[in-house]
Design a protein around this ligand. Structure first.
Ligand SMILES: [Zn+2]
Length: 412
């Protein structure tokens, strides 16, 4: 099947401005032409589906590199510990469809106990249910006594497959995730702002040697490591140990930012999660301990964001959602917050397309509109480079194509 998009303004993920009056041709799953229509040499279009995109934008499918695909439909803050695994899988199916319909053709899910995320990925890959390309981590890898456990009373049984002590334990925990189908390893390197644990969010919860073992084991199997870490100390250890992306990193200072930039360690700021603590009415939605910890952290992130840009950190978009009140695909808010913090709209688009694909290890396949790439594309009514907020509104996403197949279209 051949699909020809004509007269599009193409944001390709590489060039900082849209390429006007451009044709993009998709043959089966792959982009085969990007350029002026008159130069294609195509005489007979009778066998092709031609879609005129005059006045519209064609851009790479969006990516959210930090989601929890099996959560977010209920307001229970410890849902992942109290809901059954099958119920989480059902949420995952619902969320997968919602992400795809909102223009997200790739997501990375970072943490689900009992592996419902892996099941949802398999179901999408087998064509049983609609959904984006999913990279899934399985269970989070963490040290025994992690703040993550602070969500539960000590005597309550806590998921064990990712929990470890010592270097051998770290290797075992990583191997267990890979055995269960993990595409990426989610490491909890520091405490949690969300749990009322005795360990604090900025505590580093394992030794650097344990982190090195996690990274070595993951990399040997070709898996990247995404580490939850907040403080300069924790992020420094992760960076030196070989972690590929720092998730949150809200408290990093200039020295840490410089080290990450030098090492090429990516940052996924997940501003949406922290922004929520500063909003009016936060007192009704979050417990006091969480606000007491989270608000000063959010303020550090807002203050230091310009330094991320100054040092040229590799930044990818991650919503850390969905959550009640922020539905799958409202990840556009994350882009808007990054723009408000100092990014250009083009940098925010890159963080959600081309840069995201690099962070996920998929840059040869998706993330840009180039000949030879898989056709993960969206049509936007309007210009996201002029107004990034339009990507939050599903009404503006008029067509979604994944792997060359049109999965939703309001253009017919
Ligand atoms: Zn998360």
């Amino acid at each position: 099947m051949q699909v020809i998009f004509t007269n599009a303004c193409v944001i390709d993920g590489i060039s900082p401005t849209g390429r006007k009056n451009t044709a993009v041709i998709v043959d089966d799953a792959t982009i085969s032409w990007v350029g002026p229509m008159e130069q294609t040499g195509l005489a007979d279009k009778s066998q092709s589906k031609v879609i005129d995109l005059a006045g519209k934008t064609l851009m790479p499918g969006l990516m959210d590199v930090h989601v929890h695909i099996c959560q977010g439909t209920t307001p229970n803050p410890i849902a992942e510990y109290t809901e059954t695994v099958p119920f989480q899988a059902i949420q995952g199916v619902t969320n997968a469809s919602a992400f795809l319909n909102a223009g997200f053709t790739t997501v990375r899910s970072l943490g689900a106990f009992g592996y419902p995320d892996i099941s949802v990925k398999e179901a999408v890959n087998q064509g049983l249910v609609p959904g984006p390309r999913i990279l899934a981590s399985g269970e989070m890898v963490m040290a025994h006594g992690s703040g993550e456990q602070g969500f539960m009373r000590p005597e309550v049984s806590f998921p064990k497959s990712g929990r470890f002590t010592g270097i051998e334990g770290a290797r075992h925990a990583v191997r267990t995730q890979i055995y269960n189908g993990a595409d990426v390893i989610k490491l909890i390197a520091s405490g949690r702002v969300g749990s009322n644990a005795y360990t604090l969010p900025w505590d580093t919860e394992m030794t650097r040697d344990e982190m090195v073992a996690v990274c070595d084991e993951a990399h040997r199997f070709g898996r990247k490591v995404a580490a939850h870490a907040y403080s300069p100390d924790a992020v420094t250890d992760c960076t030196i140990a070989g972690v590929d992306s720092i998730e949150h990193g809200v408290m990093i200072d200039e020295t840490t930012i410089e080290l990450m930039a030098k090492n090429g360690t990516a940052l996924v700021p997940t501003m949406t999660a922290f922004h929520n603590y500063l909003q009016p009415g936060a007192e009704e939605r979050f417990p006091a301990y969480r606000l007491a910890r989270g608000r000063p952290m959010a303020e550090i992130q807002q203050k230091n964001f310009s330094k991320y840009l100054e040092y040229g950190l590799t930044i990818a978009t991650g919503s850390d959602g969905p959550r009640p009140g922020s539905h799958p695909g409202t990840t556009g808010l994350e882009m808007q917050l990054m723009v408000e913090a100092g990014m250009t709209t083009f940098q925010a688009v890159q963080a959600t397309t081309s840069t995201a694909s690099k962070v996920l290890g998929l840059k040869d396949k998706v993330g840009t509109i180039e000949v030879g790439k898989l056709a993960d594309l969206i049509v936007v009514d309007g210009d996201p480079l002029a107004d990034i907020s339009i990507l939050q509104n599903k009404e503006h996403i008029q067509l979604v194509m994944k792997n060359g197949s049109i999965v939703r279209s309001g253009l017919d």
